[in-house]
Design a protein. Structure first.
Length: 290
């Protein structure tokens, strides 16, 4: 049931093919797990053509001086919201069309086989959902949903796109490169005339249902993930350097519980010094071998 389409490697750092010994080690790790807890990051989606932030040479931080929107700026500043939504409007058709790659499909199959107990993704791209994963928590939310900061009303991001189009019938902008969370690079001049709709129910501020930088994950969601981890017997990190504390805290909890931890990520991570196993390979290349 795995996709046979070629991976898009434009945003994947260079790495060697999987070493047969390492494949055997990961096979042993997975075989010994009965209730596997998996955490994924941007490195699992790069093979679907979505850039990440931190990868050496190809991540957003390496290629540009651009930085993602901060939560406080979005909430406080109408011009920050206008800039965010204008970029997001242009980038949405391409971003929302990305499809799961082999790694997403493998994890879905592990869930169907009863091997994967729970999946936590730090990604906001909905690719695990598109792949069919169900035992899953989107730690940082999902760009495919939008909610009102005033009344909490939720709408689909695709529905908001229609509102944007109705409000901006003659507005056009050419994009300069795609960013990890679905927006694109536009100049201030391009953004100036872009109209942003308010909540149709209360006139409040619309925000994507994602945790922006500088914001925190809700206590309820954190507690829920800790409960799933407590039921698990091992942890696999796939495609994440774990630099963001909201995800890293669960690795610390796994270490405290003395769970074996395996890491599959190109480049160093915050967990390397206490992981049982560290593999520098592409997720979409190694996971199907298990």
């Amino acid at each position: 049931s795995l996709s046979r389409t070629s991976p898009n490697l434009a945003f994947v750092p260079a790495c060697r093919p999987p070493d047969p010994v390492e494949v055997e080690e990961l096979q042993h790790f997975v075989s010994n797990s009965k209730r596997l807890f998996v955490m994924t990051g941007a490195g699992i989606s790069t093979e679907s053509g979505i850039p990440d932030y931190r990868s050496e040479g190809v991540g957003l931080y390496a290629r540009t001086d651009r930085r993602p929107v901060q939560h406080a700026d979005f909430v406080r500043s109408a011009s920050a919201r206008q800039r965010y939504w204008a970029r997001n409007f242009v980038g949405w058709p391409q971003f929302s069309s990305h499809q799961p790659n082999t790694a997403h499909l493998v994890l879905r199959d592990w869930e169907k086989l009863g091997k994967l107990h729970w999946l936590v993704t730090q990604n906001v791209d909905a690719l695990h959902t598109k792949a069919g994963s169900q035992r899953m928590t989107e730690l940082h939310g999902c760009t495919h949903r939008v909610f009102c900061l005033g009344c909490g009303d939720q709408i689909l991001r695709s529905e908001l796109q229609e509102h944007f189009e109705a409000l901006n019938p003659t507005w056009k902008a050419e994009a300069f490169g795609v960013a990890p969370d679905g927006d694109v690079f536009l100049t201030d001049e391009q953004v100036r005339d872009f109209q942003v709709p308010a909540c149709r129910k209360c006139g409040g501020i619309l925000k994507p249902d994602v945790t922006f930088f500088g914001d925190t994950v809700s206590r309820e969601k954190v507690d829920f993930v800790h409960q799933r981890l407590a039921e698990s017997d091992s942890m696999l990190v796939a495609g994440s350097s774990m630099q963001v504390y909201s995800g890293y805290r669960f690795a610390l909890a796994a270490q405290e519980k003395k769970l074996p931890i395996a890491i599959l990520n190109i480049g160093p991570t915050r967990l390397d010094h206490f992981a049982s196993l560290k593999l520098n390979s592409r997720c979409g290349e190694l996971l199907p071998l298990i």
